[in-house]
Design a protein around this ligand. Structure first.
Ligand SMILES: [Zn+2]
Length: 175
């Protein structure tokens, strides 16, 4: 039903995790509080996406225009990320939706970021401080956070790979 937000599922067999639910709830709340005048004319889904090197978030629409997908960089699914940073990214993507980028709504500009249009809209809606918080966080914390978060992901992936080996060796030695 248009108007409902659900987190992106990572695959048909994988249930929503608590962090997926939190991000969906946050998007819903932000939309209700700050963008109540912007109709959701298709389904909007949100979730943690790929751990991009150069993007913290993005919005895109399926070819049939039935769904708009807001994706957050997967590295941001981490306790060390301040909630203001998530608010800044989600509201930035909602502005794109409102201005017809990644959504079926009519485009208000030729280019999504022309003339600081997103920042103007966020300021107009009283959300500039989150954008400032994000800018400070990117400048002061992102480089070290990114290194740590990527290292943690690699360690977790290595641990995952080790499990089947240990299981296999037990099986071999018990024969
Ligand atoms: Zn943007």
């Amino acid at each position: 039903m248009p108007g409902s937000v659900v987190a992106l599922w990572q695959g048909p067999a994988q249930p929503l995790r608590p962090t997926d639910r939190r991000i969906a709830l946050l998007l819903d709340t932000l939309w209700e509080r700050h963008f109540a005048d912007i109709p959701r004319v298709n389904d909007v889904v949100v979730g943690y996406d790929y751990p991009w090197k150069r993007h913290l978030g993005r919005i895109r629409m399926t070819l049939d225009q039935r769904t708009s997908q807001i994706g957050l960089n997967r590295l941001l699914d981490h306790d060390a990320v301040p909630s203001g940073v998530l608010v800044a990214i989600l509201t930035h993507e909602i502005v794109h939706y409102a201005q017809g980028f990644g959504s079926p709504l009519p485009r208000t500009h030729r280019h999504a970021h022309a003339h600081g249009t997103v920042s103007h809209e966020l300021a107009h809606r009283g959300l500039a401080r989150y954008e400032d918080e994000l800018a400070c966080w990117i400048e002061g914390s992102w480089p070290s956070f990114e290194r740590r978060a990527r290292a943690e992901r690699q360690a977790a992936a290595r641990a995952d790979r080790l499990v089947p080996c240990a299981v296999a060796s037990r099986v071999v030695y018990s024969l």
